[in-house]
Design a binder for this molecule. Structure first.
Ligand SMILES: C[S@@+](CC[C@H](N)C(=O)[O-])C[C@H]1O[C@@H](n2cnc3c(N)ncnc32)[C@H](O)[C@@H]1O
Length: 342
């Protein structure tokens, strides 16, 4: 059986890079059933994976979130594979924004890929991040040709995101519309919404990631995630992909809440997720999947799996699905779960 090597992308930050090879191996085992003997390796000292495969699916290899390049190995020589380009928008869409609290973009792509791998419907898919922050998931979904939707309680994050998206689309000369408007209920304003559409270049029309012609839609609301179903009404999503609050009490917040030290931990994300998961479940289409990452210091994996099960979601928890836990810093050990509708 032919042997392959996958060179991993060195762009992940230092802490994340330590964990990246093990995460990439688990991602490959889950999403590439044709790959056997997946193992950690190196190419000239750079982190890589090795695997064997008879007939590798190039679209699946190209979708590996932590891959830089892939090679077939023969008699000690590496022959590069010409993999298809899956991105319908440039990488800088996701990498330009830099701010405290941003979810690592390589990790976001990993969570997105694992979640979408559990959906059999062809794209473009509709992806909701109900804790969207400044939009890393929304942008990563657009980059690979899916529509994206979001909610976040932080109106400053919403403003920063809307401003960034408009500037980016204008600067890149991408045909688009994007407007922010008030949301009213019973005659009073309850928040704002961003509605955007990017009409991408003709050249991407026959793209494998987006064969229907890329007109990417996006809607983002300010508001509480527990009101997400009320905000989106009857709309249903193929995937929900989200990075939950880490429960870290930052400086000013710590002073307001007696007894908390800056950098200390707060278990409240568990309470939020217990209330939000049934709401999110109601927004999933049948055959849909939910992928969530969280700080294990605030919530045990088993407790999260129980919350998901109570809402009618089956958390995938066997073999490589249990290999994603990794340290982010002294107060965050992050893990992820993907769950499918029962
Ligand atoms: C870990 S951050 C997500 C960061 C995001 N992935 C990014 O890269 O910008 C979690 C987000 O949850 C939001 N959040 C916390 N509680 C919320 C609630 N009850 N409703 C809506 N958003 C909430 C916070 O404002 C924060 O933006």
């Amino acid at each position: 059986m032919p042997d392959f090597k996958m060179l991993l992308n060195p762009s992940a930050n230092h802490v994340y890079r330590q964990a990246a090879p093990a995460l990439a191996a688990a991602e490959l085992e889950i999403t590439a059933p044709f790959a056997s003997q997946v193992d950690l390796a190196s190419i000239g000292g750079a982190p890589a994976l090795s695997f064997s495969a008879d007939d590798p699916d190039e679209l699946v290899l190209a979708a590996q979130s932590l891959m830089l390049a892939c090679f077939e190995e023969k008699a000690g020589w590496l022959r590069p594979l010409a993999l298809p380009e899956l991105n319908v928008m440039d990488d800088d869409l996701v990498t330009i924004p830099k701010y405290p609290g941003k979810t690592n973009e390589a990790f976001t792509r990993l969570l997105l890929h694992l979640t979408l791998s559990q959906i059999s419907r062809p794209g473009p898919l509709e992806v909701l991040d109900p804790l969207a922050g400044r939009g890393t998931t929304l942008l990563a979904a657009w980059q690979i040709g899916h529509h994206s939707y979001g909610v976040d309680a932080d109106s400053k994050a919403f403003d920063a995101f809307a401003g960034y998206l408009k500037t980016y689309l204008r600067t890149k000369r991408i045909k688009h519309s994007a407007q922010v408007s008030p949301v009213r209920r019973d005659g009073r304003s309850i928040g704002r919404r961003l509605d955007a559409e990017a009409r991408l270049d003709e050249a991407t029309r026959d793209h494998p990631a987006n064969p229907g012609g890329p007109r990417l839609k996006m809607t983002v609301f300010t508001g509480d995630t527990r009101d997400s179903a009320a905000l989106f009404g009857r709309k249903r999503f193929d995937a929900i992909v989200t990075d939950a609050p880490y429960g870290i009490v930052h400086g000013a917040e710590a002073h307001r809440r007696q007894g908390h030290q800056p950098g200390g931990r707060d278990r409240s994300p568990a309470a939020l997720l217990a209330e939000a998961i049934p709401v999110w479940r109601s927004q999933l289409k049948s055959g849909g999947a939910l992928g969530i990452s969280w700080n294990t210091y605030t919530l045990d994996r088993s407790e999260l799996l129980r919350m998901l099960a109570a809402a009618g979601l089956h958390g995938l928890d066997a073999g490589p699905w249990r290999s994603f836990e990794h340290r982010v810093d002294s107060s965050i050990v992050r893990d992820l779960v993907v769950a499918v509708a029962d």
